[in-house]
Ligand binder design. Structure first.
Ligand code: ATP
Ligand code: MG
Length: 283
């Protein structure tokens, strides 16, 4: 049995639960409890605040966990990063009031910087020879300069909208983060096997994102041209049709290129084009 730590609520909860569901690890949606047994995989899910996930995994009270890389880097605990999960993207940045004139990193010498990530920031300042005062606050860091609590902030940025609405400008991007699967470094062989199974399922789900399955009929004489137009995973599947002048082509394509591909294929005589949605790709 593998115990998986997931954020109770907040930004990563929904996508973590969706990913687990797509990977065949589902729990009842009705009576949400703190610890829940999965119906279809030998796992249980423990719901925690994201701050507590690295430690829970480090001490082995959970075997693996889904959490932002930023939390893992801040806590500096003994956990392994098993897999990047491709959602929850953000960065930790230094920002200053937009009325200030930024001169480079030395700007921060002697300044007071508010953050919820004091460890990452003090490491960064130390590496760059900056001596600043780090002021740790857990709540709304972005209001600290206006409130007179600090000269600058070091905080999570995704779109940058929060900075703008607080009259701040991002001046240094320090750490890039996304949700990661972390693991206890001493997992038993049996748990490691389950964790690996989970990772390969996660990978299959991620591979399917933004992909479509394309099926079409093409005159046999235009087959080579059509194959050139298709970015197949290995090479497209070609199936002869009852009418030997025609064949059927099947392949996986990126959703974002789909219309260009379809229009190009039509110019060489493709017909009966079907675009099917696709869930998972196991390579
Ligand atoms: P908890 O109640 O579990 O402690 P929280 O309030 O600390 O939650 P959330 O705001 O839910 O945390 O964010 C969880 C994670 O989502 C962050 O640690 C970060 O990895 C990621 N994230 C992505 N974009 C953003 C963003 N714009 N602001 C904050 N976090 C973001
Ligand atoms: Mg938190």
């Amino acid at each position: 049995m593998l115990r998986i730590a997931v954020q109770t609520k907040g930004r990563l909860n929904e996508q973590s639960m969706d990913l687990l569901k797509e990977a065949g690890v589902t729990v009842s949606q009705e009576k949400r409890k703190f610890l829940m047994r999965a119906a279809d995989f030998p796992a249980e899910i423990i719901f925690l605040r994201d701050d507590d996930i690295p430690q829970t995994v480090a001490i082995g009270a959970a075997d693996v966990g889904i959490v932002g890389y930023n939390e893992v880097a801040e806590k500096g605990l003994d956990v392994e990063i098993l897999q990047k999960l491709g959602f929850g993207g953000c960065r930790l940045s230094l920002a200053i009031p937009k009325t200030e004139n930024y001169t480079g990193l030395e700007y921060f010498n002697g300044k007071r910087v508010a953050t919820s990530y004091p460890e990452i920031l003090s490491r960064y300042f130390a590496e760059n020879g900056i001596e600043a005062e780090i002021h740790t606050i857990t709540g709304s860091v972005e209001i600290a300069p206006t409130a007179g609590l600090a000269d600058a902030i070091f905080d999570i940025v995704s779109s940058g909208g929060t900075l703008v609405s607080n009259g701040l400008v991002e001046v240094e991007k320090v750490v890039f983060s996304e949700a990661v699967l972390i693991g206890n470094p001493q997992l038993s062989a049996q748990k490691m096997e389950l964790a690996k199974k989970l990772m390969s399922r996660f990978e299959a789900v991620r591979n399917g994102i933004g992909k479509k399955y394309l099926l079409l009929n093409i005159p046999a004489e235009a087959l080579d041209k059509a194959i050139d137009m298709l970015p197949a995973m290995r090479s497209p599947t070609v199936i002869p049709l009852a009418n030997s002048q025609w064949c059927s082509l099947q392949t996986v394509v990126d959703e974002e290129n789909i219309w260009n591909i379809i229009e190009n294929l039509k110019t060489i005589g493709a017909e009966g084009i079907l675009v099917l949605s696709l869930d998972k790709i196991v390579l």
